[in-house]
Design a protein around this ligand. Structure first.
Ligand SMILES: Cc1cc2nc3c(=O)[nH]c(=O)nc-3n(C[C@H](O)[C@H](O)[C@H](O)COP(=O)(O)O)c2cc1C
Length: 392
């Protein structure tokens, strides 16, 4: 069994060890560009020993922006992105960036128009009433994914991570819950996966020399969503389509958000931070019903992820509830190639270094209260144990 601190190959890329900072939206890109805070955070994680750090959730186009403080992968962002990759590389880690499109979660003020989605189905989470994408929209957005990879390459990233999970646009196509189309992009899994595969063709071509990682759902986590059996089939398709590695996750932001992270619900903290008053009142009244807690357990996706492990050969990155050396070793023992961590590295950017020092005894101080995740809607992600509950 490889050790957590052995190097690992993901396609063309070799990481110095098997730890990856998972894509976790930082909320540190005001005006859609890199800030000093974003550089400082990823530098700290890289200095803290991680093999690769993933800059989260950069939109491939304006139509895919969910937040005003979110990266947008376009030429204007290049100088800041280069500063970011330089800082990560100087600390000996590799740099990845997650490519996203929020689909039915876009607000017109940020996205520059009505939200795009597979079908015109109301999204209570927004609240957003999106329009169904035309065939021309599909071609344009697929090309925008490819263009975004070229920007990432020019900026010096070593890998790109296509976000095909968690109920964002690509996952909205895969999920029978959000995809009600009756054309070649809806219905059977083959049809629902068609758009993802067209995007894969664009990003595979553009990623020439970069590692292409795809984050996908094992299952959506609610009745009527994508089940595990389909997750396994999606993993096989992505292997055929040339992914260099998969990150296996689950959950759906607009329907089963706590399935992604587990632990306490983000609802009360979200309500506390929310404005205007009517959104605050709505989230205070219905938040815990819309966002119920899901109990946390160590490596909570492991059983599902092992089903995929048996069916594909490409490198697999495990994510979800790895917050100790024992949990990391257990995951590697099941045949996974690397582990990704989000909250443990928000709590302690140098957690990997501590795992190296403390060996078997190493354990995160994160208590999965999930205040870090509640913050991202209004400000930057940060652990409240480090910054206090009201710090900007
Ligand atoms: C503050 C925060 C922001 C997140 N943002 C993203 C994101 O932008 N993209 C993504 O794929 N997952 C996101 N996630 C999910 C994490 O990448 C990860 O899948 C999840 O937190 C489970 O890993 P953990 O137990 O190591 O925290 C986020 C999680 C947190 C806590």
């Amino acid at each position: 069994m490889p050790s957590l601190f052995d190097p690992v190959r993901l396609g063309p890329l070799t990481l110095r060890n098997r730890t990856i900072r998972a894509a976790a939206f930082e909320g540190m890109a005001p005006g859609h560009e890199v800030s000093d805070a974003l550089v400082d955070y990823h530098r700290a994680v890289a200095q803290g020993g991680v093999g690769m750090t993933t800059v989260a959730y950069a939109a491939v186009a304006q139509s895919g922006l969910a937040f005003a403080h979110q990266l947008w992968l376009r030429a204007e962002a290049l100088p800041g992105l280069r500063r970011l990759t330089d800082a990560i590389h100087a600390a000996g880690a590799k740099a990845s960036i997650q490519l996203g499109h929020c689909g039915n979660m876009a607000k017109p003020a940020t996205a520059g128009g009505r939200a795009l989605a597979p079908s015109a189905k109301f999204n209570l989470y927004g609240p957003v009433w999106p329009r169904a994408m035309s065939l021309e929209d599909l071609r344009v957005v697929a090309r925008q994914f490819g263009d975004a990879v070229r920007v990432a390459k020019d900026a010096g990233f070593d890998a790109v991570e296509l976000h095909a999970g968690h109920g964002y646009l690509l996952s909205q196509f895969l999920s029978p819950y959000t995809n009600r189309r009756t054309d070649a992009y809806g219905g059977s899994l083959e049809n629902r996966a068609r758009f993802l595969r067209e995007v894969m063709a664009q990003v595979r071509r553009a990623a020439d020399g970069l590692a292409l990682v795809v984050k996908m759902n094992l299952r959506d986590g609610f009745e009527g969503g994508q089940p595990l059996e389909e997750g396994v089939e999606v993993a096989k398709l992505l292997e055929q389509d040339g992914a260099d590695a998969l990150v296996l996750s689950g959950g759906f932001v607009s329907k089963a958000p706590m399935f992604i992270m587990r632990g306490d619900t983000i609802a009360p903290e979200l309500a506390r931070r929310m404005s205007p008053w009517w959104m605050k009142a709505f989230v205070s009244a219905f938040g815990e019903w819309l966002i119920p807690p899901v109990p946390y357990a160590d490596h909570y996706f492991l059983e599902d992820a092992c089903v995929v492990r048996r069916e594909v050969k490409l490198p697999l990155v495990y994510v979800g509830g790895v917050a100790s050396r024992a949990a990391a070793d257990r995951v590697l023992a099941e045949g996974f190639d690397a582990i990704a961590m989000a909250r443990a590295l928000l709590r302690e950017p140098d957690f990997v270094e501590r795992l190296r020092r403390e060996g078997e005894a190493g354990e995160s101080r994160c208590d999965h209260c999930n205040h870090c995740a509640a913050r991202i809607y209004t400000t930057s992600a940060a652990c409240h144990h480090l910054v206090g509950r009201d710090a900007p």
